[in-house]
Ligand binder design. Structure first.
Ligand code: ZN
Ligand code: ZN
Length: 359
């Protein structure tokens, strides 16, 4: 983890930054180890201070790397404490993560700092977080295993008349029992034509024969997330349902084959899109192919049509092509993969052959 701070400082030097204020929760945790919800990380090229309040002091002292000095603050006076530190360190300009501070707080901070210019910084730590270290990948693997076990244990609940919410509650419960800190995000369970909403809210619909069943969920373990989608058939599937399912699966497989370090993200997305176009379903794939997963469920990089940024070995990203037909339903298949020099290693292993659940 010290390595992360070292690399951030390299970037700071390159950008001519004297001091950097870390405000994003995941960024703070990534650099310091502190997992609490309130804190400012203040870094110069030599020093690192973690400012937090009395509630978190003990936790911060336990969790932070030794290179961080923990200072207790009262939030109303945090800017004053910061001002003192800036003075001690002889800082004249402070770069802060503007995406993680409200406009109002930014203005207040700006006014409170005397003789120090507040400048916006964007995406510095997010950029470092794109490429995962070995320990991070291990945590994600664990989060994947928890989610997959929970899904296996939940499948028997899919019977006629069960409510979407009951299935979601069971998945969440099973994940906790398998050791998850929490679900990675609000679990999505959708039945029938509601599956055509890519981010359907789990509701009170009841399972009926012939329905598509879409589950999109994940677990969080030691701060790291998994994200997985499967689409099943309840009872006999129709030919059209099978055709769409196979097209989505082929799109995902083609993207897996294409992906490797060095390839622009848009080309990987494009490969999946190409397959769906061949099937006449291109118009029905309305979102990007995937996103990075780590300390946040959605983080850099993005795999989309416009993303020029090349994939790098060590990135962990989702591959989640989908086809959504209003009134008919939707099919999405989402797996997590680790990018390597030669290709990708798929981290999820839950089966993907057409699964017709018995009614
Ligand atoms: Zn998902
Ligand atoms: Zn996703």
């Amino acid at each position: 983890m010290e390595e992360r701070v070292r690399r951030l400082r390299e970037d700071m030097s390159r950008e001519g930054m004297e001091a950097f204020l870390v405000l994003g929760r995941a960024n703070r945790r990534y650099l310091s180890g502190f997992s609490g919800s309130a804190g400012w990380g203040f870094l110069t090229l030599e020093k690192a201070y973690l400012l937090t309040d009395a509630r978190y002091r003990e936790q911060a002292e336990k969790e932070c790397l030794p290179l961080w000095e923990v200072r207790e603050v009262k939030w109303k006076k945090a800017a004053e404490t910061l001002q003192e530190l800036l003075k001690e360190e002889g800082v004249t300009a402070l770069h802060a993560e503007e995406e993680h501070l409200s406009r109002a707080s930014w203005v207040r901070l700006e006014e409170a700092l005397e003789g120090v210019e507040l400048r916006p910084a964007r995406g510095l730590v997010e950029k470092l977080r794109r490429v995962k270290g070995r320990e991070e990948v291990e945590r994600i693997r664990r989060a994947v295993r928890i989610a997959e076990k929970a899904l296996s244990a939940t499948l028997p609940l899919l019977r006629e008349g069960v409510m979407e919410r009951e299935v979601a509650a069971e998945l969440d419960y099973r994940m906790r029992r398998e050791g998850a800190e929490a679900p990675a995000f609000e679990t999505i369970v959708a039945f029938g034509s509601r599956t055509s909403l890519p981010h359907a809210r789990t509701g009170e619909a009841r399972l009926a024969p012939g329905d598509l069943v879409l589950v999109d969920f994940g677990a969080r373990w030691e701060g790291y997330h998994s994200d997985l989608t499967r689409t099943f058939f309840f009872g006999r599937s129709t030919e059209e349902q099978r055709r769409v399912y196979r097209a989505v699966l082929r799109a995902q497989e083609a993207a897996f084959e294409e992906a490797r370090a060095g390839l622009p993200a848009r080309e990987v997305d494009g490969r999946a899109r190409e397959v769906l176009k061949e099937e006449g379903l291109g118009e029905r794939f309305g979102h990007g192919l995937g996103h990075g997963v780590g300390l946040e469920v959605h983080e850099a990089p993005r795999l989309g049509e416009e993303e020029e940024e090349p994939l790098e070995a060590g990135m962990v990203v989702t591959f989640e092509p989908g086809v959504y037909i209003p009134g008919w339903g939707g099919v999405r298949i989402e797996d997590l993969a680790l990018v390597t020099e030669e290709g990708v290693e798929v981290l999820t292993s839950f089966p993907k052959e057409i699964l017709e659940l018995e009614g």
